[in-house]
Design a protein around this ligand. Structure first.
Ligand code: SER
Length: 595
């Protein structure tokens, strides 16, 4: 039976035999691209070449790329979703196109010399055409010429058969390849269009001939490229005749480690199995992120926050399985051992992976203990409620203040014969999510999601605060995050130590002085280098358009920013810092209000 490591090697060998140069996969952390947190597709590191730059290794390339996608994190725990996976990819940079690409895919999948999959179990989709590009008859004909029957070729729309990595960038129609996962042979007429659940996607051939410049503009690329991606874990699952990616040896040894820690036999209880799968997926993802040459550490912002969430979720499910104390470093060591062949960086960074995981785990376990303690303090009052219902607001407070997960609150409540008002919690949680999403969109796009008057005031106050912090603490105070609600502002900035009471008072005083001076707030459009020459503050590493807006507040602050802002600082009212705390290592967080 073919293993995951053998499939990877075979793929590379096949495309090398077809004149492709093997290039090495890249870091999980994207280069010069602040719009994505992790590489989420094999093509991401190749974007410049798909756009037309020449690649030093030539026009035919092959590689395997580690990817992290957390969009579906809530689905992880079923039989197929993963947050970290490998993508096998072959590329043509203006060399071969649809016909050859499809012929290569078919040969690799079905030839007895390669994967030898049963052609009767395969179906494909091609683009049905829209205002951007015509119906892809070329691809359909290519499949038909290889012997794929007409009822296994489905024409689908852009939602299924148009691929792009993001809102802008290289894109084009694609042709996807599926394997039948129903019982026996697929019935006549069955394909991804007529019976979507019965088919699992294993490979995607994208024909990248366009570049989406903005929402309205699609231009032709200098060359017709091919970008393909084969899901390694899924394909191996099919080749091994398994029903779940978790049943392959990509996960087997990790699951075995968890089984022995929990004293639980996998596949004896569906609810516990789900926890086992979540832990094994999350620990693999966390190990790959921490083992990356450009690793991020757990924190409260960006990629670090995703990592923190993943680790914490794994810890929580460990407790559900009855595992006491810190345990993550054991399955993590298994991941390092099993994947250091193709990813030697894991072994090189072994100590860091295990240390950071344990540190984060200990920290979270403390949070859990604290949360449990707080819950116990609330308990006598809660028990006075004759309906035995704990309010969702209180449960949210435990979550928001102590990071205490709702499931645990429910569990503790349950132990005392109570229920949590979950709809009320969900509502508070949703509101919180929306606000933080607005905050991170703002970080990436420079725009304000909420243009209401109060938010606008907080936005202006944030500029004053940052300038005041620079005056009091020094030039190293760089913005690390900003989140505004109609109730308060939250500002994260680089600074190595807690602020003293005097420092906080000085910052508050400076901001209030600028409000009292009633400074005019003006906006000027400038070229980015003009803005720099003008001395405007800009977010380091941020991608800006060539022409930017610069907001000037009297003689006090100059900043590149999408706005909006109030017209005069005098409109802000009184500025008060509510609290100053650590956000992550080397980053402080301030909450402040306008009264
Ligand atoms: N970019 C395509 C995908 O990720 C093919 O590699 O599916």
């Amino acid at each position: 039976m073919i293993t995951i490591h053998e499939l990877r090697s075979k793929y590379i060998e096949f495309f090398k035999s077809k004149g492709h140069a093997e290039i090495s996969g890249k870091s999980l952390i994207p280069e010069n691209d602040p719009t994505v947190l992790f590489n989420s597709a094999g093509m991401q590191p190749l974007v410049p070449y798909l756009l037309g730059e020449s690649h030093p290794s030539g026009k035919r390339l092959v590689d395997f790329q580690k990817c992290v996608r957390t969009g579906d994190i809530e689905e992880v725990g079923d039989e197929s979703h993963l947050t970290c996976f490998e993508m096998l990819g072959n590329w043509s940079l203006g060399d071969y196109f649809k016909k050859e690409s499809i012929a290569y895919s078919w040969e690799f999948l079905t030839s007895p010399n390669w994967l030898a999959l049963d052609p009767r179990m395969i179906s494909v989709t091609v683009f049905q055409g829209d205002e951007n590009a015509p119906r892809d008859d070329t691809s359909a004909e290519a499949w038909a010429s290889l012997g794929v029957p007409a009822d296994r070729i489905a024409y689908l729309g852009a939602a299924d058969n148009w691929w792009s990595a993001g809102l802008t960038g290289p894109c084009g129609p694609d042709s996807e390849i599926f394997f039948y996962i129903g019982e026996g042979l697929p019935p006549a007429g069955s394909n991804k269009g007529s019976d979507p659940k019965a088919w699992m996607e294993i490979w995607n051939n994208v024909f990248m001939e366009f570049n989406r410049v903005d929402e309205r503009t699609l231009v032709r690329l200098p060359a017709q490229n091919v970008d393909t991606g084969m899901g390694l874990e899924r394909t191996v699952c099919i080749l091994q005749g398994k029903r779940s990616v978790y049943d392959t040896e990509a996960f087997g040894p990790i699951i075995a480690a968890i089984e022995s820690l929990a004293g639980y036999k996998y596949r004896s209880d569906p609810e516990k199995d789900r926890s086992v799968r979540i832990i094994s997926d999350h620990i693999r993802t966390a190990t790959f992120i921490l083992g990356d040459p450009k690793a991020v550490m757990p924190s409260n912002v960006g990629a670090g926050y995703v990592l923190r969430r993943i680790i914490r979720r794994a810890v929580r499910h460990g407790r559900k399985l009855g595992i006491e104390g810190a345990f993550l470093s054991k399955p993590a060591a298994v991941v390092v051992d099993n994947f250091s062949g193709p990813f030697p960086e894991l072994a090189q960074n072994r100590a860091r992976v295990l240390d950071e995981l344990s540190k984060e785990e200990e920290k979270f376990l403390e949070t859990l203990v604290k949360g449990e303690h707080e819950f116990e303090k609330m308990l006598p009052n809660l028990l006075k409620n004759p309906q035995r219902i704990m309010s969702g607001r209180l449960a949210f407070k435990l979550y928001d203040t102590y990071g205490f997960p709702i499931e645990l609150t429910e569990e503790l409540a349950g132990e005392s014969g109570m229920k949590v008002n979950r709809p009320e919690f969900d509502e508070a949680y949703k509101k919180h999510q929306e606000l933080s999403r607005a905050g991170s969109e703002q970080l990436f796009k420079g725009g304000m999601a909420d243009h209401s008057d109060v938010s606008t005031k907080y936005h202006t106050a944030t500029h004053l605060l940052q300038q005041a912090l620079t005056i009091v603490l020094g030039d190293h105070v760089a913005q690390k995050g900003s989140n505004i609600t109609t109730e308060r502002l939250r500002f994260d900035f680089a600074h190595g130590a807690p602020m003293t009471k005097e420092e906080l008072e000085r910052v508050e005083k400076i901001v209030n002085e600028q409000i009292a001076r009633d400074l005019p707030v003006t906006m000027t459009m400038m070229k980015l280098d003009e803005a720099k020459a003008y001395g405007a503050r800009a977010l380091f590493g941020e991608k800006y358009e060539e022409t930017v807006k610069v907001y000037t507040m009297g003689d006090f602050s100059k900043e590149v920013c999408g706005g909006p802002h109030v017209e005069r600082t005098g409109l802000l009212g009184k500025f008060r810092i509510q609290k100053e705390q650590s956000s992550s290592s080397g980053v402080r967080r301030i909450y402040a209000v306008l009264e």
